[in-house]
Structure formats: structure tokens, C-alpha cells
Write a protein that binds this ligand. Structure first.
Ligand code: GLN
Length: 278
């Protein structure tokens, strides 16, 4: 293969991604390329496309991407906080904004906290916290057994001590915690059908659809939360853009006087934080 052929490969693949309306064609290209080369050479280099097998893997990966499959499903992982998490169609793909929940939890100076991550999916929140703070006792629940399987796999692979519980929100939880965290489904049902195809086709609706106004799950959590928090315990939940007032009222109606909303790195109101009412 000559230099021109190599450029042709790059141009061709990137063009297809551009034509397909992908927003980050160059980075998509590099991640697919890296993946195609990785198993054989462990390096990121165009030259490896000279290899017939790498080339086949790359072409197949590109085709999957053009059918909207998330890069994380093709390459098998998504980076979150400091680790790589295995992801498939049964779990929500970790989003960078959710990392801020980890940051908030780590700010607590207590040396030994008990923490529950409700609806853990890949396990990214619980596992990241457990890895950072091995002295905390970290629990993680999910209604989906498939998700629990993925999260357990991630915990084992990353060497994180997390206790998993199969539970529909609090249904099977029988202890209290210093902190309860969650990234629950919060997309309004009608918005779910307007989400990009890569999300609609490849991510579980169960992890995204929060009902008519998007706050059904947040409401379910808020209703029971107090029973499961230790004195002075805190809860941090991710919420959708524009849900601030609705969520505030909802927590007020469940007896929480102080409801703090904080922003993500794009300055969007994205999290709600409440303390156990005394
Ligand atoms: N941020 C996600 C999205 O808009 C939604 C995640 C969630 O419902 N928890 O795709």
C-alpha cells in the first residue's frame, strides 16, 4: 500500500462518517482504527491497515458505526472517570457529565461511608467510587439482571469491592446508607423517540425513559429515600435539563425543605442534592 492509498483510506472512512452525519468523524475514525489494530499490534498507526486482517476488522467496525452503533459497543468499552467499562445493549453508556457525582462523593472527608448506587447499569459510579475509596462500603442495585451481570463483570475486572443487589429501586434494600446516589432514567417518553438513533436503537429504554414528564423514577426514589438514609445522610441524583423546578417541588412534597441543584461542566442544571430531613 502506498502513502496515497493510506490517505485514501483515511479520506474514504472519514468522508463516509461525515456523510453519515456523525458529529465527531475524526475521533470516531481514530477510535475504530485503534481498535482494529489493538489486538495485533497494540499501537495506533495507519500502517497497520496494510494488514489484510486489520483491514477487515476496520471495515466491519466502520460498517457497524455507519449503522449508528455506538463506538463503545463496537470497541467493547467506554471510559468513565479513571477506568474502562465494558458496555453492551443492556446498559446505559456512561456519560461524562455523570462523573461529577463521583467527584461530589469524593469530596466528603469521612474515611468510611456506606454508599448505595441505585440503578447502577455498567456499575460505573459504584465501581469508580469503590476504587477511589476502598474503605467505603459500596452497594449497587439494578432492576435488570443483565445489567447486574455487566456491572459484576466490570467490578471483577477492575478489582472493585462492590456489593450488588438485584432490586427495583428500594424493593430489596434492607439497610440504610450515608449516601445514596443515582443516575435514574429521566427522559420524557415522547423525547425518547426523538433521541439520536444510536441511543434509541442501542441503549436500553428501561434506563432512559422516565415516563410522561421524565420524573417518575426520581419520584419513586424521593418517596422512599428518607427511610434508607442514615442521620445526616445525603442523596445525589442526576436529573434532566429543565427539570429543576419540577424536581424541587417533588422533593418539597416529600418533606425535604432544602433541595440543592448543581450544574454540570457545561453549566447545565443537572444534579439534585438533598439531606435526610431530621
Ligand atoms: N443523559 C442521557 C441522555 O440524554 C439520559 C440519561 C438518563 O436518563 N439517566 O441521553
Amino acid at each position: 500500500m502506498t502513502v496515497n492509498d493510506k490517505n485514501h483510506t483515511l479520506g474514504h472512512a472519514v468522508n463516509k462518517l461525515v456523510q453519515g452525519g456523525f458529529r465527531t468523524p475524526l475521533s470516531d475514525y481514530r477510535r475504530l482504527l485503534n481498535y482494529s489494530n489493538r489486538s495485533r499490534h497494540g499501537i495506533d498507526s495507519h500502517i497497520d491497515l496494510e494488514d489484510k486482517y486489520d483491514r477487515q476488522i476496520f471495515d466491519f467496525a466502520l460498517r457497524r458505526r455507519l449503522l449508528q452503533e455506538p463506538i463503545s459497543h463496537i470497541v467493547g468499552y467506554r471510559e468513565f472517570w479513571k477506568s474502562k467499562f465494558f458496555v453492551n445493549q443492556t446498559v446505559l453508556d456512561p456519560r461524562p457529565e455523570t462523573e461529577q457525582i463521583v467527584e461530589r462523593v469524593l469530596k466528603d472527608p469521612s474515611p468510611k461511608l456506606s454508599i448505595l448506587d441505585l440503578g447502577t447499569g455498567t456499575g460505573c459510579l459504584a465501581i469508580s467510587i469503590a476504587l477511589e475509596k476502598p474503605s467505603h462500603r459500596v452497594f449497587a442495585s439494578d432492576i435488570s439482571l443483565d445489567a447486574i451481570k455487566v456491572a459484576k463483570f466490570n467490578a471483577k475486572r477492575l478489582g472493585a469491592g462492590v456489593n450488588f443487589i438485584h432490586s427495583d429501586w428500594f424493593a430489596n434494600i434492607n439497610r440504610t446508607f450515608d449516601m445514596i446516589i443515582s443516575n435514574p432514567p429521566y427522559v420524557r417518553t415522547r423525547d425518547f423517540f426523538r433521541l439520536p438513533l444510536n441511543i434509541q436503537r442501542f441503549e436500553p429504554r428501561l434506563a432512559l425513559d422516565g415516563g410522561k414528564f421524565g420524573v417518575d423514577c426520581i419520584n419513586q426514589i424521593a418517596r422512599k429515600l428518607n427511610q434508607y438514609l442514615n442521620p445526616a445522610g445525603t442523596a445525589i441524583l442526576e436529573i434532566g435539563i429543565g427539570q429543576k423546578e419540577m424536581v424541587r417541588k417533588l422533593f418539597n412534597s416529600h418533606g425535604y425543605k432544602q433541595v440543592d441543584i448543581f450544574m454540570d461542566l457545561e453549566r447545565k442544571e443537572r444534579f439534585v442534592c438533598v439531606k435526610k430531613d431530621a
